[in-house]
Design a protein around this ligand. Structure first.
Ligand code: KG4
Ligand code: ZN
Length: 340
């Protein structure tokens, strides 16, 4: 029988410091997440320098806790996986440098992981039998992609945002209607009491066969609507604004990912990233996919937001394919999917 591969993984690309122990890319023994959200809330968004400083404080604690909770000794670890991009450079460097030191100390390989590949891999943890090929919709605070995962470690980007990420648009609109940061979950919540057909916000449609997205138009349209209302001293129904905005964003996400699925002839759509927790996206995608006999895979919320377990899963598939990184690996803030 083949030996189990235990990976200690580290994630610090944005505002969560996280460490995990994952076996064979699928079984999570621990997944410790120290979130900085409460600190960044005061500033209405993530402040990069503050994020780096908080990662430095938290990193040793979360790694220790991850090993303890997994009941695993450092010597039992087969490899160290770490996010090296995309993300905030100062934040990435903290996790990367820590992982380099650790891999040297225990004399085990270091595996650099693309954060977006990590988000996609969360699906391998949730669905133990899942294998490529499938199409994945990656929707987070910093990224919006439609990806065809042909095989482990093989990705084709079929569509991406030309401006704001989906989560970023949620956060900006939430701020404009006074809901605070992070706005996505708050928009999701109040939308349940609103009328999604109350206001017609535009959807960006590109005139070619592109599966790209643009969310800055719908965001500006919400801001204009709010300005006009304020100038006329008219009351704003926040619930209706939130629900109508959400419908516009979810509509285009669902339409494009279904088109991608038909183009590739696959029967599975996976979703990844923080916005995958959005209840309207979950329900609409499931409803539309049921009509065409396509399975929808959405990991539980803790695996959708930033966490190290997803990095440990992606690292495992890199490891078994022999993709061990060199000692001079650096943080790459704008690392592209599939780039190595
Ligand atoms: O994946 P993630 O934790 O971090 C990044 O890598 O960006 O995603 C965070 C984003 C934030 O923009 C947040 O507002 C959004 O995910 N988000 C949601 C929901 N939960 C989190 N957006 C819409 N509806 C939600 N329920
Ligand atoms: Zn992320």
């Amino acid at each position: 029988m083949n030996k189990d591969i235990k990976i200690l993984s580290i994630e610090s690309s944005c505002d969560e410091t996280s460490a995990a122990v994952v076996v064979n890319g699928r079984n999570v023994l621990s997944n410790i997440i120290a979130s900085q959200i409460d600190i960044h809330k005061k500033f209405g968004g993530v402040v990069p320098e503050v994020a780096s400083r908080k990662h430095i404080e938290a990193i040793s604690v979360v790694v220790k806790e991850a090993l303890e909770e997994a009941n695993v000794k450092l010597n039992d670890i087969d490899a160290v996986g770490v996010t090296y991009g995309p993300g905030l450079v100062g934040a990435l460097l903290v996790g990367l440098q820590y992982a380099k030191g650790l891999s040297y100390a225990i004399d085990k390989p270091l595996i650099g992981v693309n954060h977006i590949e990590g988000h996609i891999s969360a699906n391998f943890i949730q669905y133990k039998d899942l294998k490529p090929p499938f199409v994945c919709l990656v929707v987070s605070g910093g990224h919006t992609f439609i990806v065809h995962m042909k095989d482990y470690g093989e990705f084709e980007v079929m569509g991406e945002t030309r401006d704001d990420a989906a989560g970023e648009a949620f956060d900006k609109v939430a701020r404009a209607i006074g809901l605070g940061y992070p706005g996505g979950p708050k928009i999701d919540k109040i939308s349940k009491k609103g009328n999604e057909d109350a206001i017609k916000f535009p959807r960006a449609n590109f005139h070619d066969d592109s599966l790209d997205f643009s969310f800055s138009g719908v965001k500006s349209s919400v801001l204009n609507y709010l300005n006009k209302k304020q100038m006329k001293n008219e009351e704003i129904n926040k619930e209706d604004v939130a629900a109508s905005f959400q419908k516009a964003v979810v509509g285009v996400l669902v339409d494009n990912v279904i088109k991608a699925c038909k183009i590739k002839g696959v029967d599975k759509i996976a979703v990844a990233g923080g916005v995958a927790s959005n209840s309207c996206l979950r329900e609409t995608l499931k409803k539309e996919c049921k009509k065409i006999g396509v399975d929808v895979l959405i990991p539980e919320p803790i695996l959708c937001t930033d966490n190290a377990a997803m990095i440990g899963s992606a690292a495992y598939f890199e490891y078994i394919n022999g993709r061990i990184v060199k000692e001079d690996i650096n943080a790459i803030p704008n690392l592209k999917l599939g780039e190595r």
